[in-house]
Design a binder for this molecule. Structure first.
Ligand code: KG4
Ligand code: ZN
Length: 310
């Protein structure tokens, strides 16, 4: 649906969600062998994100709750990402506090996770997110959306050293990120290659490998700094870019060198999924938060994760 546009088109997404959400819910219940009376609560994403898509999800959840009498819990999308690694067997011994690298299409953040709903932001992106850098570079190379998987597949045949791309803020004493300059460097390089008529398959693979290497090097270096700054010895990876194999390899090496435990959830738990929202709702209810009855609702397209920390 979105590939032709090189990114998500909000109106197309929310209209498509209207068609799919209820049938999807029925299918999932059927596959799980459950009926509505088996369900204790309905977790839904209350923000942040695209207003249209959030409204469709919230309206569906409230409608289902109204019809079934099952209470609701609105969840912060990024909290879902942050807590999803705890679902993975690799995180069995993980205890609060720990570090989290959250790398998705819209976010690149390093957080200190003190407990459920208690998050300190240590580093954030000042412009583009890592996922966006993958997606925009992919678009410049004529690859589809989402760009991350496409770049990483092409990069497996490429030489990351042929093009020297910038590593923004790599050496600065900050945990913040910046990827806009990288995108500009890729654009300049692609324009140069196009006008010289030398953007062949080999060259595209080399450029893809260089983009991936630049992003991964910055992400790993900042994780390394966060480990040294905080003294915390556990790091979890969350968000779609966490599915990237080169990033996993880089962080595994960091784990060996720095004696840190790095928890990589299965790639299916890294990219957006419903399980992480259900899981965050379940953890909140278990911790004593009361689910709500259906009624008037609003969504929060902008909602900083740190606002959850009371
Ligand atoms: O967390 P996510 O599924 O959705 C958001 O909440 O944004 O992340 C989507 C992002 C996209 O930018 C996509 O290109 C990137 O994750 N991504 C990857 C990989 N799989 C998904 N980036 C690099 N390598 C991958 N294997
Ligand atoms: Zn996400």
């Amino acid at each position: 649906l979105h590939a032709a546009y090189g990114g998500v088109v909000p109106e197309l997404a929310s209209r498509d969600h209207i068609l799919r959400l209820l049938p999807l819910t029925e299918t999932v219940l059927g596959q799980a062998g459950l009926t509505w009376p088996d369900i204790d609560a309905i977790g839904y994403t209350a923000g942040p994100g695209l207003a249209g898509a959030l409204l469709v999800g919230a309206a569906t959840a409230h409608g289902l709750s109204f019809a079934t009498g099952i209470p609701l819990m609105g969840i912060h999308h990024l909290e879902g990402h942050l807590l999803s690694p705890l679902l993975d067997p690799s995180a069995k011994e993980l205890r609060f506090p720990f570090l989290a690298l959250l790398v998705s299409g819209g976010h690149t953040q390093i957080m200190r996770v003190n407990g459920l709903g208690d998050y300190d932001m240590l580093g954030d992106t000042i412009d583009d997110a890592a996922g966006e850098a993958f997606d925009k570079s992919a678009q410049l190379l004529g690859l589809g959306y989402p760009g991350g998987p496409a770049i990483s597949a092409l990069a497996t045949h490429g030489d990351p050293r042929r093009f020297d791309l910038p590593r923004p803020l790599l050496k600065r004493p900050t945990l913040d990120f910046s990827f806009a300059g990288l995108k500009t460097a890729v654009l300049t390089q692609v324009q140069k290659l196009r006008s010289a008529n030398t953007l062949d398959d080999r060259t595209r693979a080399d450029l893809a490998a260089a983009v991936q290497a630049a992003i991964v090097e910055v992400l790993v270096a900042k994780c390394n700094k966060a480990v040294r700054d905080t003294g915390l010895r556990a790091l979890v990876i969350a968000g779609g870019v966490g599915a990237n194999q080169a990033l996993r390899d880089g962080l595994s090496e960091l784990a060996r060198n720095q004696d840190v435990r790095v928890c990589f959830p299965a790639p299916s738990l890294c990219t957006d999924n419903g399980v992480m929202i259900a899981w965050a709702a379940a953890l909140r209810i278990a911790a004593g938060h009361t689910p709500q009855a259906a009624g008037a609702f609003s969504v929060r397209p902008r909602w900083p994760l740190t606002a959850l920390t009371e």
